[in-house]
Design a protein around this ligand. Structure first.
Ligand code: DQA
Length: 147
């Protein structure tokens, strides 16, 4: 099975951006860890990041046929984007939403996620580990052979 990992706006700044909230490692480190875990789980993984809502919408629209599942951290678009929600609902791929921080322990405007309406599962507040757990959940869901 093939999984597409999408990171939204400002996640390219990981390591430099509010490290007390988002951690000290870079996006490249995070993606490398995800690639390792995906390999162990028997998943193919493609990692993409964009600061642009439309790019993320395009990638989601193009995913069926190329990918069997999605892991997405939409960044701030989580709380604003009906367009991302609509794209996810249009493609109907197994989807896990991930947030590094616990959005429910932060400002009220972060408590609501449009994307969650289209997510099979949501992982918040566990930092990078959340992405690895999302891959494990998708491997289960997609019936990957390797443990
Ligand atoms: C985030 C939480 C969002 O509220 C924020 O805008 C982000 C990152 C997280 O991973 O904790 O950019 O999605």
């Amino acid at each position: 099975p093939r999984v597409l990992l999408l990171n939204g706006p400002n996640l390219n700044m990981l390591g430099r951006r509010e490290p007390e909230i988002y951690g000290r490692g870079s996006l490249a480190d995070l993606e490398a860890a995800c690639r390792r875990r995906a390999g162990e789980l028997g998943l193919g993984l493609e990692c993409r990041q964009s600061n642009h809502e439309g790019a993320l919408v395009d990638w989601i629209q193009e995913a069926p046929g190329q990918f069997d599942g999605l892991v997405i951290n939409p960044g701030a678009l989580t709380h604003t984007s009906v367009a991302l929600l609509d794209a996810l609902q249009a493609v109907q791929l197994p989807t896990i939403e991930v947030h590094l921080s616990n959005i429910h322990r932060r400002e009220a405007f972060r408590h609501h996620s449009y994307v969650s309406l289209a997510a099979d599962g949501v992982i918040v507040g566990l930092g990078r580990r959340g992405y690895l757990l999302a891959l494990e959940a998708l491997a289960d869901k997609l019936g990957s052979q390797v443990e």
